[in-house]
Design a protein around this ligand. Sequence first.
Ligand code: SAM
Length: 315
Amino acid sequence: MPRTDNDTWGITESVGATALGVAAARAAETESEAPLISDPFARVFLDAAGDGMWNWFAVPNLPAEIVEAEPDLKPRMQRMVDYMAARTAFFDQFFLDATRADVRQVVILAAGLDSRAWRLPWPDGTAVYELDQPRVLEFKSSTLRDNGAEPTCNLVHVPIDLRHDWPEALQRAGFDASAPSVWSAEGLLPFLPAAAQELLFERVQALGSAGSRIAVEAPGPGFLAPDALAKQRETMQRVRDLMAKLEPERDIPDVHDLWYFEERDDVGDWLASHGWEVTVTPAEELMAGYGRQLAQDIEDAAPQTLFVSAERVGE
Ligand code: SAM
């Protein structure tokens, strides 16, 4: 289904199911031999959601017919698990560093099934605001509550669409724009139209006082490269066709149908020109830093993204 301006979703539908896909990668990493991160809640979410295309990453054995027809698929999926592991470790570290610098307001934009509010050692008095669509947050809190999990912070859910007036909702929920805050946008930007992305950063700019920090997973220069995109789509289409024959109950949506392929502001440049001190790390470098080098023999094996971190030092 194509995207529309006011579309909404539950956890197993449309953009919502991508949060389960990330949880599946975190479950696979957590249950691997030498995990970079430990997210015990990822498996809890998958169990609660039931079977679907989203738990592909967490299924150790793909059907033999698919492995045979698409020999690159398995190593590519492992690269994605590596990528998600490095991405999770990066944002974990970023938040913990901010709390060490006494920031006590955390805003997770498009929190999905990110379980940091339940698993990181937040200092006393830390408020974590999680923003996402209402049905996604409802699934998350009811699943964790049913499993007896308790947040390790003062958790505040702000169920809202990020294309709507979320700053008003965030402040009504207790956020104080006069105190420093730390923000994340992980696995979010391609799901927003370019204009909504622009507005998102203008709003963060209005709410993030001096000393605030932000980390963003941003599309890099090669993200929209038509050849690589066409190749990815073709591969996914072949896998989808095979899967439809083998396991018709598993529907595999194409993430490309959920993204907005529009030219966007460069996030690092934008922040740098608005008073933030910026560090940009390409995905490959981030992964290598965590000991997850890319396999040489697989082309385009990691997303063309940049990990941007910034601290507000000026007006
Ligand atoms: N940040 C989480 C993580 O890394 O695990 C979730 C990433 S998941 C790929 C994308 C998330 O963005 C989903 O939870 C989805 O509901 C949320 N999202 C995308 N567009 C949104 C919007 N317009 N308003 C609210 N949430 C949105």
